[in-house]
Design a protein around this ligand. Structure first.
Ligand SMILES: [Fe+2]
Ligand SMILES: [Fe+2]
Length: 176
């Protein structure tokens, strides 16, 4: 396959991040299942949507590697965490995942800078912007879940999120 070769150290980073995105997708599915089982259907729907987005993120890396003549290599995915104490616990877990993902993106970007690999830099710049949004909503979710610790408060927050998703079809961080 024709294409510009990618330096080895950068290939390693892109392959790692590709698999990290798949792992994030798997973890979000676990959060969606937990929320559904807790009758938090709005959050469940939201996390399924996040899971789908993470798969699309993985696909961006797959397409980039293939376009440049590098075979994407899928690894095994670790068992995600499936038990949580509360919605706040879930929100904190999601935030921790996004923070870890940002570190992974930044690390890959460092490799692209070191390699002076401009196409990978452009690919990763999209992810850098995306992570700002992802961390913003994760922070908001932690704040909202922390403020709604009663069962009634959690259900109200869940209905709010469900309506918000139905109306807007995107993230909850735009308005209250
Ligand atoms: Fe992602
Ligand atoms: Fe994400």
């Amino acid at each position: 396959m024709p294409g510009v070769s990618i330096p080895n150290a950068l290939q390693t980073e892109l392959q790692r991040q590709l698999n990290h995105e798949l792992s994030a997708s798997h973890s979000y599915t676990a959060l969606a299942i937990w929320c559904f089982e807790q009758n938090l259907k709005g959050f469940s729907r939201y996390f399924y949507k996040q899971s789908s987005e993470e798969r699309l993120h993985a696909q961006r890396f797959i397409d980039h590697l293939l376009d440049r003549g590098v075979m994407p290599v899928l690894t095994g995915i670790d068992t995600p965490r499936t038990h949580f104490d509360s919605l706040l616990d879930v929100a904190r877990h999601a935030r921790g995942m996004e923070q870890a993902n940002t570190r992974g993106i930044n690390q890959a970007y460092e490799a692209a800078l070191a390699a002076k690999d401009y196409p990978a830099q452009v690919l990763l710049q999209w992810f850098i912007s995306e992570q700002v949004e992802e961390e913003a909503w994760a922070d908001e979710m932690v704040a909202r879940a922390g403020a709604s610790t009663t069962p009634g408060g959690m259900q109200a927050l869940d209905r709010h999120l469900d309506r918000y998703l139905a109306d807007r079809g995107h993230e909850m961080n735009a308005e209250s």
